[in-house]
Design a binder for this molecule. Structure first.
Ligand SMILES: *[C@@H]1O[C@H](CO)[C@@H](O)[C@H](O)[C@H]1NC(C)=O
Ligand SMILES: *[C@@H]1O[C@H](CO)[C@@H](O)[C@H](O)[C@H]1NC(C)=O
Ligand SMILES: *[C@@H]1O[C@H](CO)[C@@H](O)[C@H](O)[C@H]1NC(C)=O
Ligand SMILES: *[C@@H]1O[C@H](CO)[C@@H](O)[C@H](O)[C@H]1NC(C)=O
Ligand SMILES: *[C@@H]1O[C@H](CO)[C@@H](O)[C@H](O)[C@H]1NC(C)=O
Ligand SMILES: *[C@@H]1O[C@H](CO)[C@@H](O)[C@H](O)[C@H]1NC(C)=O
Length: 363
C-alpha cells in the first residue's frame, strides 16, 4: 500500500460522521457479528483507534476506554484493512470475512484462508475465480506461512485479525494473558515478570494482582433468551416511559433499552413505543441498569445476580450473606470479617461501599 492510498483513505474515515454511542447502543450493533463482536475486541484493548467489524469486511468500529464509541462502513466498496486501520481498495485487500469476496476482486493470484472453514484454503486465480484446497483431517491452514499445519487451533482465529498491527491486547480466552498483534496474528503470552505476572487489559500493563475476577465466562445464565429474540409487548408505553431516553450526538433520540424484567443482564431494544423489542445481553461481567451495562455491584438487581458473571459467589443485598453461584445456596462470612466484598471476592471487616451492600431490603 503506497503513501498516496493511505493518505486518501485516512481522509475518507475522518470525513465520516462519527457517532458517539451509549454503551447499550454499541452493544446492539456488535451483536450482529458472528464469533467475536466489536465489544469483545474493544474490551481487550487499553488503547484507542479503529478495529475491523468481524461480521463485515467493509465495516469498522472505533475503540476508546474499552468500548465501541463509533462505527461506520468504508465508502465506494472499499475494504477495511484492520491492520492498517484504513479503508483500502478491494482489488488489493483481503476481505477478512469472505474468501469468495476476496477472490472476486483481487487482480493477482493468491492463497487466502477461508474464514468459514480452517481445514480448507482458497486459491484466487486473479481473474475473479476461486477454488479450494483441503488440508486433510487434523490439518489447518496457516495464512501467514501459506501452508497446511497441524491443528487443533486455527492460526487465523485471533482477535488480531480485526485489530491494528503492533499493539498489545488482552487474550479473550485467557484473562491475565496478553497477545501482541502483528499483521493480523498473535499468540497468547504470559507476563514474564514473576513480581507482576498478570496482564491488565484495561491498563495494558503487567501487574501483581489478578484483575480477572468476575469476568470471562458465564455462570447463572438462564439460556431462556437468545440474542435477537423478539418480543411484541416489551416496548409498550409503560416500559418505554420507564426507560431512560438516549442522547446521541447531543440530540435525544427516540429509542430506548428496556430491562427484560427476568434476568439481571438482558434487555430489549425498542425503536419506538409499541415497536417489536429485540433482546440482547450485556458483556460478560456486567449487568443491565438504567440503559447501561454496568458492574453488578453498582446497583441492586433483584433477579439472579449470578447471571452473566464469572464470580463463584455473589453478594446478597446488604453483603452480609452471599449466594454460591454453582448451587444457589446461601453462605455467610465469618463473624470476625462479616461482609462479603464480591468485587475482590473476600470477606472483610468493613462494609464495602457498593450499592448492593447499602441495600437493606433483605438482611
Ligand atoms: C484497484 O482499483 C482502483 C480503483 O478502482 C484502481 O485505481 C487501481 O488501479 C486498481 N488496482 C489494481 C492493481 O488493479
Ligand atoms: C471444511 O472443509 C473440509 C475440506 O474441504 C471439508 O471436508 C469439511 O466438511 C468442511 N467443514 C465444514 C464444517 O464445512
Ligand atoms: C415480553 O416482554 C414483557 C416485558 O418484559 C414480558 O412481560 C413478557 O412476558 C414477554 N413475552 C414473552 C413472550 O417473552
Ligand atoms: C401503543 O399500544 C397501545 C395498546 O395497543 C395503544 O393504546 C397506544 O395508543 C399505542 N401507543 C402508540 C404511541 O402507538
Ligand atoms: C444471612 O445472614 C444472617 C446474619 O446476618 C444470618 O443470621 C442468616 O442465617 C443468613 N441467612 C442464611 C440463609 O444463611
Ligand atoms: C451508601 O449509602 C450512603 C448513605 O446512605 C451513601 O452516602 C453512599 O454514597 C452509598 N454508597 C453507594 C455506593 O451507593
Amino acid at each position: 500500500m503506497g503513501g498516496t492510498l493511505a493518505r486518501r483513505t485516512d481522509t475518507v474515515i475522518s470525513a465520516i460522521n462519527m457517532r458517539i454511542c451509549v454503551v447499550a447502543a454499541c452493544l446492539l450493533m456488535a451483536s450482529q457479528a458472528t464469533g467475536y463482536t466489536m465489544d469483545d475486541l474493544c474490551q481487550q484493548w487499553s488503547g484507542y483507534g479503529y478495529i475491523g467489524n468481524p461480521s463485515n469486511c467493509h465495516a469498522w468500529g472505533y475503540c476508546k476506554n474499552q468500548e465501541v464509541v463509533a462505527w461506520g462502513t468504508c465508502p465506494n466498496g472499499l475494504v477495511f484493512n484492520a491492520q492498517a486501520g484504513s479503508c483500502d481498495y478491494a482489488n488489493t485487500t483481503v476481505c477478512s470475512t469472505s474468501a469468495v469476496e476476496t477472490c472476486s476482486n483481487v487482480k493477482s493470484p493468491m492463497y487466502v484462508a477461508n474464514p468459514l472453514n480452517c481445514t480448507e484454503y482458497a486459491y484466487c486465480d486473479g481473474t475473479g475465480q476461486i477454488s479450494y484446497g483441503d488440508c486433510g483431517t487434523g490439518g489447518v491452514y496457516s495464512a501467514s506461512s501459506t501452508k497446511c499445519i497441524w491443528g487443533p487451533a486455527c492460526p487465523q482465529d485471533t482477535i488480531c485479525r480485526f485489530m491494528l498491527s503492533n499493539i498489545f491486547v488482552g487474550d479473550p480466552n485467557q484473562c491475565g494473558n496478553y497477545i501482541n498483534c502483528v499483521n493480523g496474528y498473535g499468540t497468547s503470552e504470559k507476563c514474564s515478570s514473576t513480581a507482576n505476572p498478570y496482564y491488565n487489559k484495561a491498563t495494558g500493563n503487567c501487574q501483581s494482582t489478578n484483575p480477572c475476577t468476575g469476568e470471562d465466562s458465564n455462570s447463572g445464565n438462564s439460556d431462556q433468551f437468545t440474542v435477537g429474540q423478539t418480543n411484541a409487548t416489551a416496548c409498550d408505553e409503560e416500559a418505554f416511559k420507564a426507560a431512560d431516553p438516549l442522547t446521541v450526538n447531543g440530540e435525544s433520540v427516540d429509542y430506548r433499552y428496556v430491562s427484560d424484567g427476568v434476568t439481571c443482564y438482558g434487555y430489549y431494544y425498542c425503536a419506538a413505543v409499541n415497536a417489536t423489542g429485540y433482546w440482547n445481553q450485556c458483556p460478560t461481567g456486567t449487568q443491565f441498569n438504567a440503559g447501561k451495562c454496568v458492574s453488578p455491584a453498582s446497583f441492586v438487581c433483584t433477579h439472579n445476580r449470578c447471571g452473566n458473571v464469572n464470580n463463584p459467589f455473589m453478594a446478597d443485598e446488604g453483603c452480609k450473606n452471599y449466594t454460591i453461584c454453582s448451587s444457589g445456596i446461601t453462605g455467610s462470612c465469618p463473624t470476625n470479617a462479616p461482609y462479603y466484598d464480591e468485587v475482590n471476592n473476600i470477606c472483610t471487616t468493613k462494609i464495602p461501599d457498593y450499592a448492593i451492600c447499602n441495600s437493606t431490603a433483605s438482611t
